[in-house]
Write a protein that binds this ligand. Structure first.
Ligand code: SAH
Ligand code: SF4
Length: 405
């Protein structure tokens, strides 16, 4: 099989470190093993017959051992290491800010290039051991009316390397190398940070392939959840390419309201969305779809809407994640009263759906976002932090039923 490398995409739009000839260094962390074979061959680092073996060896150093310097690849010949360093990089991006909450929640603000700042949040005790919320874009092109990210223009799609970097930074900080270490703290990945993952399918699929590869970080695909606002034409491809778990940002049970909350609904209305979900590859009782439903006071939180929700998703193996709305400066909505959330959850539970509601974690670090440079960045980062924590709290709650995996 021949693999053509799109090196411009791999290295990103950033002015990356350069080779002696002025070309940007290729970030090896963002290459799947198949892509790495091609890259090592094309660059002349590995001879044709040896590229596969060499790629697995290098891949293991990067994603199993977590090394950030070719010099540490002790079983690779010195000349080969020097040659690797001429063409490629495995350096980590800059960590602009790191915060740890009393409850163990951690967050990192990572700068991969000028203007490209990505936040990743780790929450302990969700999923099997703990989950990392990652971003797929900086900003978002969709304008969900309750979401702060939606008020920002898309800066750009993240590269696979930038998505994988979020996992690497978390693993560095959690001391999770080598990747097969006992009692791992990071067991689940959720694409619930900034951006719409299905508008960046190539990089998201590559990143999932890298993160789930058994020679490396080896997080099972069934512990990787991709959340989408409902890009229906991409659902099939997501399932086929990634075998990831699916989460749908539903938030409303009729088109008139969903058109307002999630404007993408005008393009792909509920009947199309529900049909697309029913056809999602591999869904079953063991691999249920998560429906995210943000609780907005007086907007979508009545008992009638809880009943409409059950009717709408009838027959789909599902869990429902009720997310208390996190207000942000200038937002038009309020979070539902706790009693309304509980009443809603009771109806949903009675119909047989798991619907955990959790208070967001890491509240102490939510308040401490004053170190960022500008006011707009401050608001942006704070909104994302709140968003990801609220959204994640419930989605993985009964992940334990995937123990059979
Ligand atoms: N763009 C994707 C993934 C990122 S958003 C998507 O929309 O699914 C992750 C989740 O957080 C989504 O369900 C989103 O609707 C929700 N969310 C966004 N802003 C929120 C807020 N202010 N309060 C609570 N949940 C929010
Ligand atoms: Fe984008 Fe998701 Fe926010 Fe909607 S909820 S604006 S799709 S990040």
């Amino acid at each position: 099989m021949s693999v053509t490398l799109d090196l411009s995409r791999v290295s990103g739009a950033a002015p990356a470190p350069q080779t002696l000839t002025g070309k940007p260094l290729i970030n090896l962390s963002g290459l799947t093993r198949t892509q790495m074979i091609a890259a090592l061959t094309e660059s002349g680092v590995a001879e044709h017959g040896k590229a596969k073996m060499r790629a697995t060896q290098v891949f293991r150093w990067i994603h199993h051992r977590g090394v950030t310097d070719f010099a540490m690849m002790t079983d690779v010949a010195k000349e080969t290491r020097a040659r690797l360093a001429e063409v490629f990089t495995i350096a980590r991006p800059e960590i602009v800010e790191r915060q740890v909450s009393k409850d163990g929640t951690r967050k990192w603000l990572i700068r991969t290039a000028p203007g490209i700042e990505i936040e990743a949040v780790y929450i302990p005790s969700v999923g099997r051991a703990g989950a990392l919320c990652v971003s797929s874009q900086v900003g978002c092109t969709l304008n969900c009316s309750f979401c702060h990210t939606g008020t920002q223009a898309l800066v750009r799609n993240l590269t696979a390397a930038e998505i994988v970097a979020q996992v690497q930074v978390a693993k560095d900080d959690l001391a999770e190398w080598p990747s097969d270490k006992d009692d791992r703290l990071l067991s689940n990945i959720v694409f619930m940070g900034m951006g719409e993952p299905l508008y960046n399918m190539g990089a998201v699929a590559d990143a999932i392939e890298i993160i789930s590869d058994n020679e490396g970080i080896a997080i099972s695909r069934r512990r990787i959840t991709v959340s989408t606002s409902g890009v229906v034409p991409q659902l099939q491809a997501l399932g086929e390419k990634t075998q990831a778990m699916l989460a749908i940002s539903l938030h409303a049970t009729n088109d008139a309201l969903r058109d307002v909350l999630v404007p993408l609904n005008k393009k792909y209305p509920l009947d199309q969305l529900i049909a697309g979900i029913r056809a999602y590859p591999g869904i079953s009782n063991a691999r249920r779809v998560t429906f995210e439903y943000v609780m907005l006071k007086g907007v979508n939180d009545s008992p009638d809407e809880a009943r409409a929700l059950i009717k709408l998703i009838k027959g789909i193996p599902a869990k429902i994640n009720l997310i208390p709305f996190n207000p942000w400066p200038g937002s038009d909505y309020q979070c539902s009263d706790w009693a309304a959330i509980e009443a809603f959850a009771a109806i949903v539970n009675k119909a047989g759906y798991s619907s955990p509601i959790r208070t967001p974690r890491g509240r102490d670090i939510l308040a401490a976002c004053g170190q960022l440079k500008s006011e707009s960045e401050k608001v942006r980062a704070s909104a994302l932090r709140q968003l990801s924590m609220a959204a994640m709290a419930g989605v993985l709650d009964d992940d334990e039923d995937d123990n059979a995996a």
